[in-house]
Ligand binder design. Structure first.
Ligand code: ZN
Length: 363
């Protein structure tokens, strides 16, 4: 299925305006091929940075300040792996070849999260039901946080706009150790059952992924370094990677300018594009250098609207698609939600956490 056919499959005859605008903004096959070449060059740079910084941090006997710099490089390249390789590959957009996507999707296991569970959780639950409580696992952080109006309020949620930033960094570590295993044992993610009966080979692959992650991140460093240094660097680096990934994803949906439709909201077929436009927000990158750095790290996820409308596009084409789509929407009078910058996005997320942290009138 081509990208155009993919978008058409989701668009319907009764919403011709939005579907027509979106189709007019889509890239040509040549632009997609060019985007994939840029994506592969970026991925090569990321892998080389990981290898170089890992060697400087773990294996070479270098002064502490160089190791701290190397840890920074490793964190940045691991975040970019999550947003720019793992996310694309698990959507099937890293390559036009399925087997290459499958190999690249193992970068999720490299980061400590099961790629198999990620595809169900992210592609199906999150993308298919964005911001719908009970389906979208990105807004399911109970009892730590209340992120949607339908969720139960607890007294400590009053302070979630303060403490949640700190917890975001630990959610990734929690998933590496407990989250995925609990999902497997319970056979569900949140309230949603896993698709079909989980095969033994799938369980074996998930566990092999965990062993792979622990091997490079803990066991090999223990061969070259004392245990307390390994523990300290592992917790700090994991926290930073988890924090950055959580925040990048939260700023696109869990904000006070996004919609949170109820469970009965129409979101399939002809309503798909409208649903994504209501629940997803782009982030402008107005600052030349910092904006570019953020875009590189976020893997195009500053253009989440475009990603949600066509998740099988390589992320490197989103800025171009967004320019066209926003201009077309502007001319047609269609509202497209967009933060004016990263700072505005952070403030919007904070306001939403404060709104959801207030005791509801009925509680
Ligand atoms: Zn996605």
């Amino acid at each position: 299925m081509t990208i155009t056919e993919h978008a058409e499959a989701f668009s319907g005859s009764s919403a011709p305006t939005l579907a027509a605008l979106w189709n007019a903004a889509l890239p040509s096959e040549t632009e997609i091929r060019r985007g994939r070449r840029r994506l592969h060059a970026k991925a090569t740079g990321i892998v080389l940075t990981i290898a170089g910084s890992y060697w400087a941090l773990v294996i070479a006997d270098l002064p502490l300040w160089i190791r701290v710099l190397a840890a920074g490089g490793l964190v940045a390249s691991l975040v970019a792996t999550g947003t720019g390789i793992m996310h694309d590959a698990n959507h099937g957009s890293f390559s036009s070849r399925r087997w290459i996507n499958r190999i690249a999707s193992c970068s999720a296991d490299f980061l400590g999260a099961s790629s198999w569970l990620w595809r169900f959780k992210h592609n199906r639950l999150h993308h298919g039901n964005t911001n719908v409580d009970g389906f979208d696992s990105d807004i399911a952080q109970e009892p730590f946080a209340r992120l949607a109006p339908g969720q139960e309020w607890k007294p400590w949620h009053r302070w979630q706009h303060v403490y949640l930033w700190f917890l975001y960094g630990f959610f990734a570590i929690k998933n590496v150790i407990f989250g995925d295993v609990r999902n497997l044992v319970e056979g569900r993610i949140g309230k949603q059952p896993l698709p079909g009966r989980t095969k033994r080979s799938t369980v074996a692959r998930i566990l092999a992924g965990k062993v792979f992650h622990i091997a490079w991140a803990v066991v090999v460093p223990l061969i070259f370094n004392p245990w307390w240094k390994v523990a300290l660097f592992y917790v700090c680096c994991s926290w930073l990677v988890g924090f950055a990934l959580a925040v990048v994803f939260q700023l696109a949906h869990c904000v006070d300018i996004a919609g949170f439709p109820n469970i009965n909201a129409e979101r399939r077929g002809e309503d798909f594009l409208q649903h994504q436009l209501l629940t997803t927000v782009d982030i402008a990158s107005p600052m030349p250098v910092l904006g570019h750095a953020f875009r590189w790290m976020a893997g195009g996820l500053d253009h989440q609207i475009e990603h949600h409308m066509a998740p099988r596009l390589p992320h490197t084409v989103y800025p171009m698609v967004a320019r066209r789509f926003h201009a077309l929407c502007h001319d047609a009078g269609v509202t497209v939600r967009r933060h004016t910058g990263v700072w505005a996005a952070l403030r919007s997320h904070t306001r939403w956490l404060m709104d959801m942290g207030r005791r509801p009138l009925a509680a």
